[in-house]
Write a protein that binds this ligand. Structure first.
Ligand SMILES: NC(=O)C1=CN([C@@H]2O[C@H](COP(=O)(O)OP(=O)(O)OC[C@H]3O[C@@H](n4cnc5c(N)ncnc54)[C@H](OP(=O)(O)O)[C@@H]3O)[C@@H](O)[C@H]2O)C=CC1
Ligand SMILES: O=C(O)C(=O)[C@@H](O)[C@H](O)C(=O)CO
Length: 253
């Protein structure tokens, strides 16, 4: 979603509904609108959790420090809550990480992490770090349940965050999700988001519609049984909707 009124209105409505975590990125070109919506919301800064990310062509030590300054300026903030390396660009993510460590030590990011890192990327990165990644934001939804990355992160004390948590709404009519939606008197989107919540996965569903924003946040008053959690887990088919991190290079996207 580009900058301008659409992102301003979307973030304003989410904040009004009760959302307190906003996920943006330098490459989304909407940090200014996000910042304006936060400023105009009247909500104390410390109650809102803002994530942004360094884009691929901004990676490298000095480049990342400069990119972070630009992001903060666009957001009109003096710190972010979480700063992420957006993709593991070969040959660059280690220098990038050194910049994130500095930003963290300078208290300009309250937490630092990675995105789209397979376990082998994290292993490689962690050979040379002082501060290890606190979070890994990955594509994760019932058809791409990312068992291996989740196990790796658990073992290393890294929180897991799901992007495209409702599979970009491409399989809301899946029979198993429909059956569970009927059983719990919820929607398929709510079933998927609740599945994340019960798995301790941080989740960031996106909608530009206030009614869907409300729907997606309304998942705290029901509980999926263990059997149904497993039923959802069994939908894993490796259906990747985005790019495989192993194929990404500086020229991707
Ligand atoms: N780190 C990374 O590399 C990536 C991070 N992300 C982050 O993850 C966020 C979410 O991922 P995204 O790819 O948008 O996918 P989502 O799984 O959140 O799906 C978003 C899509 O679902 C629709 N939708 C949302 N809620 C409902 C609902 N209740 N019923 C029906 N349709 C619904 C939205 O349409 P509408 O808006 O019209 O309601 C939109 O088309 C992004 O906004 C971004 O911040 C995303 C991709 C990569
Ligand atoms: O949305 C993201 O966070 C991504 O990393 C990609 O979807 C990326 O922005 C892209 O596909 C650009 O064309």
């Amino acid at each position: 979603m580009d900058d301008g009124e659409s992102v301003y209105d979307t973030v304003s409505s989410a904040l009004e509904i009760g959302y307190r975590h906003i996920d943006t990125a330098s490459t989304y070109r909407n940090e200014e609108g996000v910042g304006r919506a936060i400023a105009d919301s009247g909500i104390p800064r410390e109650e809102i959790f803002v994530t942004t990310k360094v884009w691929n062509d901004e990676q490298g030590y000095e480049e990342t420090l400069a990119a972070f300054d630009r992001s903060l300026k666009r957001l009109n903030l003096d710190y972010v809550d979480l700063y992420l390396v957006h993709w593991p660009i070969p040959g660059m993510y280690k220098d990038t990480w050194q910049a994130l460590e500095k930003i963290y030590r300078d208290k300009r990011a309250r937490a630092i992490g990675v995105s789209n890192f397979h376990p082998h990327h994290s292993d490689d990165l962690m050979k040379d770090v002082t501060i290890k990644p606190m979070i890994n934001q990955i594509e994760l939804h019932p058809q791409l349940s990312q068992v291996e990355v989740r196990e790796y992160c658990k073992e290393h004390g890294i929180a897991v965050e799901a992007w495209s948590p409702i599979g970009k709404a491409t399989y809301l009519d899946h029979p198993v999700l429909k059956e569970l939606a009927e059983k719990y008197n919820r929607t398929a989107a709510q079933i998927m988001i609740r599945w994340d919540y019960q798995n301790d996965i941080i989740t960031i569903p996106k909608s530009v519609h206030a009614d869907r924003q409300k729907e997606n946040a309304d998942i705290f008053d029901f509980e999926l049984s263990n059997e149904d959690m497993e039923k959802i887990e069994s939908l894993n088919s490796g259906n990747r909707l985005g790019t495989d991190p192993d194929t990404v290079s500086l020229d991707s996207f």
